[in-house]
Design a protein around this ligand. Structure first.
Ligand code: X2X
Length: 339
C-alpha cells in the first residue's frame, strides 16, 4: 500500500500529464486525498452555506472522491479576522470574505464599497465580472492569496438602529454604529457623522442586545439570517453601498491541488457563485415584508443628504487618491462619474 503522501505525489505527477494519474483508482472507504475546509461567518441557512453543501457534493463526485470540502459555517472557526489569519497561514484552506475586510491585506478591495456607486445588482456584476474584478483579482494574487473567479453576493446595505428612524444624514449624529472592521466602512460612517465601532459580525448580535452599539448596517438577508430584527427596531432604507464576498484559497494549499483538481474546483466555484447570487438576490428582494412583520419599522431615508455630506467632506476625493487613478477608472467605467 502506498502511503497517503506517495499517492498524493503520484496524483500531482499525474496532473502534469503522466499515465499514473489516469490509473489512480480510489479504494472504497479510503479517505479523500485532499480534505479541505471552508469557513463562513453566517448561519447554516444562508444561501452561501446551502450552496457550498451542494457544491461539495458535486466536487466529491467529479473528483472521484479525491477532493472533500467541508463547511464550517457561522464563525465556528472564529470571526472574520481570525478566519482570515488562518487562511493566510494555511490552517484554513478556503474562506468567503467581504472585500471590505480583505482590504486589511489588499487595500484596493475596499473599492467595492464606495458609497452610492453601483446602480443595481446587474451593474455590480458588469464591474465585478468585468475589468474591475479582473484588476482586483490581480491585486489579491499579488499578495499570495488565490481568489476564485466570481464573487458572491451580500447585497445593498441598509442602516438599522434601536433609537430612531434615520430620515436624513443628521439623524446619524450621536448614534453608535457598528460597521465591519474595514477602513472605508469606518471612514464612511464617521464622515456621515456617527460614532463608529469596527467589529466582526461574530460579536454583533450581543453588542446590539447589550446596547454596546445602537445600530449597524447590513442587507436584508443578514438582518433576517442573523436575527438582527430581534434587537433592532428601525430599518432605514439607504442602499448606501453594495457588499459582496470573495471566495479565497490559501495559495500553497491551492497549488498543492495540481492542475486537474484546480480546474474542477474552479468550474464548480463559478457555478456556485451564480447559484449563490441568484438565491441571495431573490431573498433580499423578498425579505422587506417579512422583516416588517417581525416588528421592524421601515422608512426610506433621504439619501441626497448623505451624498451632499460625503461630497462636502471630500470623501470621494480622498478615496480616489487612496485607490489610485487606475482602480478608480475601472470603477467609474461601470458606475459613471462619482463624487
Ligand atoms: O459583517 C457583516 O456585516 C457582514 C455579514 O455583512 C459581512 O460579512 C461583511
Amino acid at each position: 500500500m502506498p502511503t497517503k503522501k506517495q499517492k498524493r505525489g503520484a496524483f500531482l505527477a499525474g496532473a502534469a500529464g503522466t499515465a499514473l494519474a489516469i490509473n489512480y483508482v480510489r479504494k472504497p472507504g479510503e479517505a479523500a486525498e485532499f480534505e479541505y475546509k471552508i469557513g463562513t461567518n453566517v448561519p447554516m441557512n444562508d444561501p452561501r452555506n446551502v450552496n457550498i453543501v451542494l457544491m461539495s457534493k458535486r466536487l466529491l463526485e467529479q473528483t472521484g472522491g479525491k477532493f472533500k470540502l467541508t463547511l464550517y459555517p457561522n464563525n465556528q472557526l472564529g470571526g472574520d479576522t481570525a478566519m482570515f489569519t488562518q487562511l493566510r497561514s494555511g490552517a484554513l484552506e478556503f474562506f468567503t470574505i467581504s472585500g471590505g475586510i480583505l482590504s486589511s491585506v489588499v487595500p484596493v478591495c475596499d473599492i467595492q464599497g464606495v458609497p452610492f456607486a453601483f446602480k443595481s445588482i446587474p451593474n455590480v456584476y458588469q464591474a465585478m465580472d468585468g475589468d474591475l474584478g479582473a484588476y482586483l483579482r490581480k491585486q489579491i494574487l499579488a499578495k499570495g492569496i488565490q481568489p476564485m473567479p466570481h464573487m458572491l453576493d451580500n447585497g445593498f446595505r441598509q442602516v438599522t438602529n434601536s433609537v430612531r428612524p434615520v430620515k436624513t444624514v443628521d439623524d446619524l449624529k450621536g448614534l453608535k454604529i457598528r460597521t465591519p472592521p474595514g477602513k472605508l466602512w469606518v471612514d464612511l460612517f464617521k464622515t456621515l457623522g456617527a460614532s463608529v465601532i469596527g467589529m466582526n459580525f461574530s460579536e454583533l448580535y450581543t453588542a446590539l442586545q447589550t446596547h454596546v452599539v445602537d445600530g449597524q448596517e447590513n442587507p436584508y438577508i443578514i438582518e433576517e439570517i442573523g436575527r438582527l430584527y430581534e434587537v433592532q427596531k428601525y430599518l432605514s432604507i439607504t442602499n448606501h453601498m453594495w457588499d459582496g464576498f470573495w471566495v479565497i484559497a490559501n495559495q500553497d494549499k491551492w497549488n498543492a491541488l495540481g492542475g486537474q483538481l484546480q480546474e474542477i474546483v474552479t468550474k464548480n466555484m463559478i457555478v456556485y457563485a451564480h447559484d449563490q447570487r441568484r438565491d441571495n438576490d431573490l431573498l433580499n428582494e423578498s425579505l422587506s415584508d417579512k422583516l416588517q412583520r417581525q416588528g421592524m419599522v421601515f422608512n426610506k431615508a433621504d439619501v441626497s443628504t448623505f451624498k451632499a455630506k460625503l461630497s462636502a467632506e471630500k470623501f470621494y476625493d480622498r478615496w480616489k487618491e487612496t485607490f489610485g487613478a487606475e482602480a478608480w477608472g475601472y470603477l467609474e467605467k461601470y458606475t459613471g462619474k462619482l463624487g
